[in-house]
Write a protein that binds this ligand. Sequence first.
Ligand code: SER
Length: 624
Amino acid sequence: MESQEIRKRFLAFFEKRGHAIIPSASLVAPDESEKTNKTLFISAGMQPLIPYLLGKDHPKGKRLANVQKSVRTQDIEEVGDKTHDTFFEMLGNWSLGDYFKEDAIKWSYELLTDKEEGFGLDPNRLYITVFAGDENAPRDNEAAEIWKKYIPENRIYFLPADKNWWSAGDNGPSGPDTEMYYDITPEGLGDLTHEEFLKADNEQKIVEIWNDVFMEYEKKDGKVVGKLPSRNVDTGAGLERLAMVLQKKDSIFDTDLFISIMSKIDELKKSSDIRSERIVADHIRTSVFIIADHVIPANTDKGYVLRRIIRRAVRYADKLGVEMHAIGEVIDLVTNKYRGVYDFGDEEYIREVILEEEHKFRKTLEKGLKILHRKIEAQIGRPGQTYKVHHVSLVHGPDDIQMWDFPPSEVTGKWLFDFYQTFGFPFEMTLEELKSHNKHYFFPQDYKRLQSEFNQEIEKHRELSRAGAEQKFKGGLAGHSDVEVKYHTTTHLLHQALRDVLGPEVQQEGSNITPERLRFDFAFPRKMTDEEKLRVEDIVNKKIKEAIPVQNVTMDKNEAIKSGALHFFDQKYPDQVSVYSIGTYSKELCGGPHVSNTSELGIFKIQKEEAVSVGVRRIKAVLQ
Ligand code: SER
């Protein structure tokens, strides 16, 4: 079923059931969303409807349906897999204080499975999740009971808030949700236990295709503060994923929405790399939509997001050997695909904006390269000049003596970061340039050291511009809410537990906390085994159970480091530093804040362990 038919069937189904069809709003978020939830673009179908979900009367009534253009950049690093993209269309139906769980679930099921009116999906391949309950709202037995009329009980799973609670940000309407997943394996997975279901999701064997949110709560500053004036329904189904499922494709990039764009890139490329091809296709598509909604590249806010998306597309196009002027053809394919669905205005203008930005990027690169070369000569040496320096590896100890052809200490993460900041030079690019200029060879452990230093500089910068555009781009809402403070302390426990299980060479590379989860990046060369993950979980949970007090002292930096407190290699700390200890178990240089006792934390669970780059792993974990 082509994407156009999917949109048509969705809207017709709800129109027949008394819903007014409303057009997609612009991608540019209204000012109040930007202020309250730090969103620069519409990132979900419900966003333009927030005032109505909070109680205002909608001129079209209490039942609405639409297809909304959306942009999400939080997961930009994941674009390139089967299901992530930065622009997507969201099919949604709304009840503004009208029908609730019973009808919403019935209609979702009917539309997904009905062969005449709907999508004719196989009900035996559907899996359902519902909210497991927490201090904000009870376990959603009501939704589960309704689902049982359509789906066997053993395919309904109760999951915690980080999976089955939806809110647009820290402020506004929110509520428990129920999500529908579809099995996309050729052979079919059949019944799955709770654990098997989570594993199948991780492995992208099942795909989330629709989310019904029962919006009856209000959030303020990240906390649920009470009920809304009415009980609403907000549903969202990603068109790209539905198309993938209905067209029986292995990824969204193989659906009719992307296939002509992907074929064109395939034709233009000089070398192959599927991830890069998908990134170029996705980023060009997103840029076209953003520019059509009157945003131009700039150094702040929306313009900055656009700038980075275009520049990222240029880098990956370069990697593939795709000439950017040929990208004009790709832009045509994007606008052609959506002709009659969205208005792009002057398409020639869109092309000019993208190519002009590419030109600016190249000029900056050129200027940056000149300065970089000068710096290389001044600090490292002229091409052809070789240094024979014994370098004692910091990672493998004094026995591992390497020969270097330049003094490695001259290149630091700070140095690389400055280039990134001033010229938009990505880390890899500067290193590649260094290598090609003077045939420098970076040993893997030094690559890791530089990457870790570089990441720390980025983290520091993020801290400084917490309210700035960089932060908004990443979608991180770093803050000091109670939940975030808990995750902060949990991160220290996790860090130590990883060292216990995997060895002391585990080094923190980065950390990011939202009210929903913690994310921890660390240097380690391979995937963790299931057993190792379980051991780490067990240790953290044991430490939580032991109700260990958390203490903070200010002390002399050298003394703190001598005492074994974990710290970032080579980071500049003031003479007096703040050290947080969790009993005798963990000790880290850290500004806090933290909980005062580990008993406040809850149950710790690792949700995902994956690669971020060569030698760097990422853990996403939650407290339940
Ligand atoms: N707001 C929910 C989502 O974006 C459902 O529309 O997933």
